[in-house]
Write a protein that binds this ligand. Structure first.
Ligand code: NAI
Length: 255
């Protein structure tokens, strides 16, 4: 029975992934702020260290899968928190659990990015570079000083996607697959909170994908369950948009 750790397992996409992987026969180690096998706060270095230590203990140091779903949106209490959870909460876990994945059977890891990462200019933002330099204090400081949650969110998702693709060469050589799934709007508590926020509600409602509807967590989980399966054994280092056609509509020239 494969063992897979899932962050953000208590809600939304992460909860749907936990259900899908359990149905596919995985033993799931959920990680979240509550209602999970491992209770941890992924916004701090200490919280992430504690999560990694508990996962290693529960798994006996051998993991077949890791799915990083935990994240916070534009209604977060601060921009620094968005960067801390969405970027460093993923990058530190990938690093801390790489050794356990290397010992797993057909190991595969997955990061949830976002179509928000395609926001023009995101790759040039100084906070993006600070994230890619693994300078957490600087990245949080820039994000908090700028004080624009939608920029912090887009940059956090761009940087973690770039980080994951940067790891593809070395992880591939160790036999660990690593992919990114980039959803568009998906009906979860995170999306609900943005839609109901007076600052962002209008923009969220206006951002309608060509398919004319939002996604459901189960649709994202079905793709992730496939990517984590052996049927996807040659898919590595890829970024997959699952967004009702949003990316194609906004940047049709990108192939
Ligand atoms: P959600 O709010 O339903 O679930 C997120 C989970 O992450 C929650 O269980 C929450 O407790 C956990 N989490 C947040 N901060 C944490 C922390 N500091 N420590 C530990 N756990 C923490 O949200 P949803 O929509 O399921 O989001 C999952 C991922 O999908 C996120 O990375 C989000 O950015 C991404 N995403 C969501 C989209 C959407 O429209 N819902 C679109 C694109 C990406």
């Amino acid at each position: 029975m494969p063992t897979t750790a899932i962050t953000g397992s208590a809600s939304g996409i992460g909860a749907a992934v936990a259900t899908a992987l359990r149905a596919a026969g995985h033993r799931v180690i959920g990680i979240d702020r509550g209602n999970a096998e491992v209770i941890a706060d992924l916004s701090t270095r200490e919280g992430r260290d504690a999560a990694i230590a508990q996962v290693l203990e529960l798994s006996g140091g051998v993991l077949d899968g890791l799915v990083c779903c935990a994240g916070i949106g534009v209604t977060a209490p601060s921009c620094g928190l968005i960067v801390a959870v969405n970027h460093f909460g993923v990058s530190q876990l990938l690093g801390g659990l790489e050794g356990a994945l290397a010992k797993g059977s057909n190991p595969a890891a997955l990061v949830i990015g976002s179509v928000a990462a395609i926001r023009p200019g995101t790759e040039q933002e100084p906070m993006t570079q600070a994230m890619l330099d693994n300078d957490e204090a600087r990245a949080l400081d820039i994000a908090n000083t700028l004080g624009e949650p939608q920029v912090a969110y887009a940059c956090s998702k761009y940087a973690i996607t770039h980080h994951a693709r940067r790891l593809a060469a070395t992880w591939g050589a160790k036999g660990i697959r690593l992919n990114v799934v980039a959803p568009g709007a998906v009906e979860t508590p995170l999306h609900d909170a943005s839609r109901n926020d007076p600052r962002f509600g209008d923009a969220v409602r206006a951002f309608v994908a060509p398919l004319g509807r939002n996604g459901h967590p189960e649709e994202i989980a079905a793709l992730i369950a496939f990517l984590q399966s052996q049927q996807a054994g040659f898919i590595h280092g890829s970024v997959m948009y699952i967004d009702g056609g949003m990316d194609a509509m906004v940047r049709p020239q990108r192939v």
